[in-house]
Design a protein around this ligand. Structure first.
Ligand SMILES: [Fe+2]
Length: 312
């Protein structure tokens, strides 16, 4: 099943079943309870055991040494909606899928084709998107984030990048750790989001919640004038994170899952987009997951290891 350490194949039969029994229906900002239950019935079948074991080893919070990220490979021949249904079903192995940004229509998976409009460094832009976790500036940081590739960059760029937050943290001095634990940092705005509680600005980069460490990281903090005078520890952390970063090329059907307690993500710049017509450029969609101790890849959670699922 596992072709490389981080790549987990989702067999065609399981993908087809998930796409067949699930829809994209949501209840509020969450994938519907009926969908979650339907997906977990498929995942409870013996044929899904290898998949669940692989997810447990790579991304569950049940395994303290798990890397915290994985790339799932779904069949690229699935239609667009079936791909999104099957991918949501896989996410239900870890918790409850939800959207934090409402783009209308209760869409679980959000994101349009890459565009030159807007911020080149943001999701859906053409440029470099530096390492970050999603929504670092809210009360409840989404437990997991995921990116599903509907169409790769035809110009060959846009590799995804993952950074090991814990490994970078281990290289920090006590002084830097203390500085990052101060609730003085700003990043972006946090308005109109769902499933993440209230905005939290400023916030501590480093904090412990329920025995788990969060590192609220976004490289953009380095440039934010609101952080002027507090950037030394941020710069040290960015340098450490750069030493624990790897790049993965994603193609249609691949689903990157990252535990935001352990992994930051980003994107290399896209290739030369000159002459690429609408409908041919890179297209990624994203969904979040709220940790659920009863999800198939998290269960049974050891009583001695409290985890941070508490919202959405
Ligand atoms: Fe992101």
């Amino acid at each position: 099943m596992t072709m490389t350490d981080h790549l987990i194949s989702v067999p065609g039969a399981i993908s087809a079943q998930l796409a067949g029994v699930c829809s994209l229906a949501t209840e509020g900002h969450r994938w519907s309870a009926g969908n979650v239950a339907a997906a977990r019935r498929v995942l409870a079948d013996e044929q899904s055991r290898t998949l669940i074991d692989a997810l447990t080893e790579r991304v569950s919070r049940r395994v303290g040494s798990a890397p915290g990220w994985a790339v799932l490979e779904l069949p690229d021949r699935l239609g667009d909606e079936d791909l999104q249904r099957a991918a949501a079903g896989v996410l239900a192995a870890l918790g409850r899928p939800f959207f934090s940004i409402d783009v209308g229509g209760g869409r679980l998976w959000i994101g349009n084709e890459s565009s030159p409009d807007g911020d080149a460094a943001s999701f859906g832009g053409f440029g470099l998107n530096r390492l970050h976790i999603d929504a670092p500036n809210v009360e409840y940081v989404p437990d997991y984030t995921s990116l599903l590739v509907m169409r790769a960059d035809p110009a060959g760029g846009g590799a995804s990048v993952v950074g090991d937050l814990g490994a970078a943290f281990a290289e920090l001095s006590d002084c830097d750790q203390a500085a990052l634990a101060r609730p003085i940092y700003f990043e972006g705005r946090a308005e109109g989001l769902h499933g993440v509680g209230e905005p939290r600005l400023p916030f501590p980069v480093l904090e412990r919640v329920g025995g788990r460490r969060w590192i609220r990281w976004a490289a953009k903090m380095l440039d934010d004038p609101r952080n002027a005078g507090h950037t030394a520890a941020l710069e040290h952390f960015a340098a450490a994170l750069a030493r624990h970063t790897m790049s993965v090329m994603l193609r249609r059907g691949r689903l990157l899952i990252a535990d935001q307690q352990r992994i930051a993500h980003g994107r290399a710049a896209l290739g030369d987009q000159t002459g690429l017509a609408d409908g041919t450029r890179r297209w990624l969609v994203q969904a979040k997951v709220a940790y659920d101790a009863h999800a198939p890849a998290q269960h049974p959670a050891p009583a001695s290891s409290p985890v941070g699922g508490r919202h959405a």
